[in-house]
Design a protein around this ligand. Structure first.
Ligand SMILES: Nc1ncnc2c1ncn2[C@@H]1O[C@H](COP(=O)(O)OP(=O)(O)OP(=O)(O)O)[C@@H](O)[C@H]1O
Ligand SMILES: [Mg+2]
Length: 218
């Protein structure tokens, strides 16, 4: 089972993932938690380039290739082996971030991005994606408080609004894979909603209510 967390800046993905992993472990699953970009030694080096405030001149096409390079490494080195070993993989951002940020945010063509994503991930798609949805200002304010401000947060607010709208659009296009979580609630309530969404997914899957599992490459 491959689960991803998506959503705009400061929506709580990173602060919720560990507890969600603990919940799944409590259900008896072996869980592997990872994050994007990064998650491997090579990916972490690429992440440094992506988040450096000095790298303002990074072109959107360069940016996407770096994200995809980190992701390709993560898929081969970490995600595929874990899924093969029967683990649940929980990933903090994945391919939908590319569509939301580079596609809806920067206006790169979605169909091109989808082909590049398929190439980079060897067609590996998540089974379930939780969208932590939050209004942009609230998310950015949460991050400013933390002084975790990086190059990606420094894009203008309109950019982040396109990203949020993009996520909502993507979730509406594939309602079976996505669950939208109200991330404006207190942390505990957000975690509860995430657990409920995962539990419902597992029940539906066990009852054969979900169609074709995600393509897992070869
Ligand atoms: N439900 C919540 N209510 C209030 N504050 C929250 C909530 N969830 C997270 N926060 C705070 O918001 C900040 C950002 O959270 P977090 O880093 O988990 O977001 P993120 O979705 O991972 O952001 P990014 O996309 O930048 O990685 C943190 O300081 C966190 O403690
Ligand atoms: Mg995060």
């Amino acid at each position: 089972m491959f689960i991803t967390l998506e959503g705009p800046e400061g929506s709580g993905k990173t602060c919720q993932i560990r507890e969600l992993a603990a919940y799944l472990q409590g259900l008896g699953f072996e869980v592997l938690t990872t994050r994007e970009p990064g998650g491997t030694d090579i990916g972490d080096q690429i992440r440094q380039v992506l988040v450096r405030l000095e790298n303002q001149s990074l072109h959107p096409r360069t940016e996407i290739l770096l994200f995809l390079a980190a992701r390709a490494q993560l898929v081969e080195q970490v995600i595929k082996p874990a899924l093969k070993a029967g683990k649940v993989v929980l990933c903090d951002r994945y391919g939908d971030s590319t569509l939301a940020y580079q596609g809806y945010g920067h206006g790169l063509e979605l169909s091109v991005l989808r082909s590049m994503l398929a190439f980079a991930t060897d067609h590996l798609k998540p089974d379930l994606t939780l969208l932590l949805d939050l209004d942009v200002e609230t998310g950015l304010q949460r991050k400013r408080k933390e002084a975790e401000w990086n190059r990606l947060d420094a894009y203008e607010v309109a950019f982040h609004q396109r990203v949020r709208a993009g996520y909502l659009d993507l979730s509406a296009q594939e309602p079976v894979r996505w669950r939208v979580i109200d991330a404006s609630l207190p942390k505990e309530a957000v975690q509860l909603a995430m657990r409920e969404a995962v539990a419902r997914y597992i029940t539906d899957k066990n009852n054969g209510l979900l169609s074709a599992p995600a393509e897992q490459g070869n």
